[in-house]
Design a protein around this ligand. Structure first.
Ligand code: MET
Ligand SMILES: [Zn+2]
Length: 765
């Protein structure tokens, strides 16, 4: 008998109940009890619906009001001192750690957030030091296990493992130099012992312990820690299903297979090739192998035929009793259910599986492998075969023009006509910019008025003409403001854009959009990624009208503004039938045409944003070069089709770019802007280390907060930069776009920014 399992379910609710409830609570409109009631309902609905699809292992305990790593910090008393003694309830301390708090005399910033591996989910980073007083103050896994049991559902509780928890954490500022979070492991193990033994006493047969770090290179150095942890935990714990995901075990499997666990889960969506090696490694142990066959990261229907074949390989080695069919990771990264979509065509809907449909998939695959003759199972298997075939047929209808263009890409298309020093001269004459040119990253405040006008236009309450007149007024306002404060390279402000990826997706062929396919990005912020379903091409110019209008209003150079191919790809659900590289190149060609059209329309500077280039980086170092090569090539392909006098810009934010800095250089953009002000100019060390030969504007204004940077602060940052970068290369700009800011602070901040540049011109003449 082959069993089935889901590693985790989306915790946002089918109708974004959690977002609504949490935000209402934050706004003081509802009580903590109201919030907990909604949360309990969402949990119960998830357990029931997963169970109703006949999944054997239903997860519990992975639910969260904000973030599951934060839940562990709160449960383990990993609460930084600044949140203690403020007179807040535990729930409010929890939210204060997640998002900061400014009210009734309390003013604490949020904890740091980091990307969850290579996903677009962000977790709250645990802050650890020698002083951290680790203890179990709340056994969340236990409480939710009991809650489910009362609702009649036996679950497999989920906890993040001790090693991953510590490795994902960071040293608190108060820690001694050289302190390593992992050194707390001996103090953390007793906490886990208590947690797990309480679960066992409550009747949990299994527990799922997530150790995603095991699929990274860094796990190789943690063998001792892993062995120590599981040797101590196994005797007191329910049977342990040790889960890994998002990458492959590689050589780590040697020690993992020796751990005293009852089960091991591997991701076969991301790394199907590891199956035989891992199955053989556990063959002579009692370990049950959980096969991550149904993607937790994408929204495509699982090909049952292919999944069954893969599972059969494992069964041949281990026997059916030692194989479980599972989702590859938690379904946290997928939307709740396809049932909420009523604008997709029947054909499109038939391609996808969201979380609830994926729960059914694991159950059906397991039933087939168990030899079920149940009519519903046979029917589901046949229906899947039909759907997959239809999709394959659709995929054959490729856009030959696009495919041929990609196949015909030549190296000279990737390179500008002249090297940067030559272009710099040409552009200097052409653009007539002062030293330390000032510019912004593109968007200006997306005011309530702008959002309302767009909503009205979408509902048909504004005609296209009325809407465009409104947008033009906005652009004119932004242009006049920039002229009034004497910025050098202007932008049009992006008022016409709902989102920097969606906007382009909607104008390109090859994308579909959903109504309700939300996935959590962090806290109560959810995103609705576009889905790439077919070859991408550009039916016509996308931004030329707006950029030329904006340029017509001013004599100063107006920067055209596009989202880069890699970022569009990384912030969408990609196709699974062709490579990401292929999709990226298709996007690049569409953008290349746009860039050329912009230049022909009289635009002299064009920025192609790639904020997401870092996050597409594979988790294993051995895979980095392959990715970076096509990612950089895609950007170059998009931007290199112009004359020497066109100044190309690119922009990076959200991540540490230190380790991929050489690739940033290889993009050969004439100017890059890069988020820097929050990291205390840590980036400067990177410049020192690698050098940088093109023009660069490290951000001098943190746009993530309403705070106005004083002019001294800006001067200090410029001074720090100029101690490392040659003054002929430095641009002056904010960290990122201003769309989330209000006008008041934007005005004040940009005035200070221009003043800073003018000061530098005098002092570094
Ligand atoms: C996340 S990067 C944002 C870049 C975009 N051009 C903006 O200014 O909003
Ligand atoms: Zn940005």
């Amino acid at each position: 008998m082959v069993l089935s399992s889901v590693l985790g379910f989306p915790r946002i609710g089918a109708n974004r109940e959690i977002k609504k409830a949490v935000e209402a609570y934050w706004a003081g409109k509802t009580s903590a009890e109201d919030l907990q009631k909604v949360a309990a309902e969402v949990r119960k609905t998830s357990w029931t619906s997963v169970k109703n699809h006949r999944v054997d292992f239903v997860p519990s305990g992975e639910f969260s009001l904000y973030d599951h790593v934060l839940d562990h910090s709160a449960a383990f008393n990993v609460i930084p001192q600044r949140y203690v003694g403020l007179g807040l309830t535990p729930l409010d301390v929890y939210f204060a750690m997640g998002r900061g708090r400014q009210s009734e005399g309390v003013d604490v910033p949020a904890s740091e957030m980091k990307k969850w591996f290579d996903s677009n989910y962000h977790y709250v980073v645990p802050e650890l030091s020698e002083e951290t007083d680790l203890k179990l103050i709340y056994n969340k896994a236990l409480e939710e296990f009991k809650e489910a049991k009362e609702a009649g559902i036996t679950t497999r509780p989920v906890v993040l493992g001790p090693v991953s928890f510590l490795v994902l954490g960071k040293s608190a500022k108060s820690a001694q130099p050289g302190f390593r979070p992992i050194s707390l492991l001996p103090k953390l193990i007793p906490v886990y012992k208590q947690l797990l033994s309480e679960l066992k006493a409550a009747g949990a047969e299994w527990v799922q312990i997530d150790e995603p770090i095991l699929a990274l290179d860094s796990a190789a150095a943690l063998e001792k820690e892993y062995t120590a942890s599981f040797t101590e935990l196994a005797p007191v714990s329910p049977k342990i299903m040790l889960t890994t995901y998002f990458s492959r075990l590689d050589s780590n499997v040697r020690f993992i297979a020796k751990l005293p666990v009852a089960g091991l889960h591997i991701d076969l969506d991301r790394a199907p090739d590891q199956l035989t090696e891992v199955a053989n490694a556990v063959k002579n142990t009692p370990i049950v192998l959980s096969l991550g066959l149904v993607s937790g990261r994408n929204i495509w229907k699982t090909d049952f035929g292919a999944a069954i074949k893969l599972a059969q390989t494992a069964i041949d080695i281990l026997g059916a009793g030692r194989v479980i069919v599972a989702t590859s990771s938690s379904l946290l990264h997928t939307p709740v259910t396809l049932a909420s979509e009523n604008k997709l065509t029947a054909e499109q809907k038939d391609w996808f599986s969201f979380a609830l449909e994926k729960a059914e998939e694991v159950a059906v695959i397991a039933a087939v492998l168990s030899g079920s003759q149940d009519a519903s199972v046979t029917a589901a298997l046949e229906a899947n075969r039909v759907s997959i075939n239809k999709r394959r047929e659709f995929e054959k209808n490729s856009d030959d023009t696009v495919r041929k263009r990609v196949a015909a890409i030549t190296p000279d298309q990737l390179n500008r006509k002249s090297p940067f020093p030559v272009r710099k001269e040409t552009q200097a004459k052409h653009l007539n910019l002062p030293k330390f040119p000032t510019t912004t990253i593109g968007s200006f405040p997306q005011t309530k008025e702008i959002r309302q006008a767009r909503a009205k236009f979408n509902k048909g309450e504004l005609t296209k003409e009325e809407y465009e007149t409104f947008i033009k007024k906005e652009i004119e306002h932004v242009v006049r403001f920039q002229e009034s404060i004497d910025l050098d390279i202007l932008v049009h402000g992006e008022p016409e854009r709902n989102d920097m990826v969606q906007y382009f997706g909607e104008l390109l062929n090859g994308f579909v959009f959903t109504q309700n396919a939300w996935v959590q990005s962090y806290g109560s912020r959810y995103v609705r990624p576009p889905i790439i379903v077919s070859d991408v091409s550009r039916p016509g110019p996308m931004t030329v009208k707006w950029s030329s209008y904006a340029q017509s209003l001013t004599k100063k150079p107006m920067k055209g503004m596009l989202t880069g191919p890699v970022t569009i790809l990384n912030w969408s659900f990609p196709r699974a039938d062709i490579s990401r590289e292929m999709q990226s190149k298709q996007l690049a060609l569409a953008l290349r045409d746009e860039v050329i059209d912009l230049e022909n329309a009289g635009i002299h500077a064009i920025q192609v944003d790639e904020p997401a280039i870092r996050e597409g980086l594979p988790l294993r170092r051995a895979d980095w070069d392959g990715y970076l090569e096509w990612a950089v090539d895609s950007f170059k392909l998009a931007t290199a089709g112009v004359t020497d006098q066109l100044q190309t810009h690119s922009h990076f934010c959200y991540s540490d770019f230190d380790d991929i800095f050489p690739s940033i250089q290889r993009l050969d953009a004439d100017v890059i802007s890069i988020e820097a002000s929050k990291s205390d100019m840590k980036l400067l060390n990177t410049f020192k280390h690698y050098g940088y030969s093109n023009q660069i504007g490290p951000g001098v204004y943190d746009i993530h907060s309403p705070r106005v940077p004083g002019d001294q602060e800006i001067k200090d940052r410029l001074q720090a930069m100029l101690s490392i970068l040659p003054d002929s290369l430095v641009f002056v700009n904010p960290d990122c776009g201003l769309k989330t800011r209000g006008w008041k602070e934007t005005e004040a901040s940009l005035k200070n920014l221009v003043a800073g540049a003018k000061w530098a011109r005098q002092n570094y003449a």
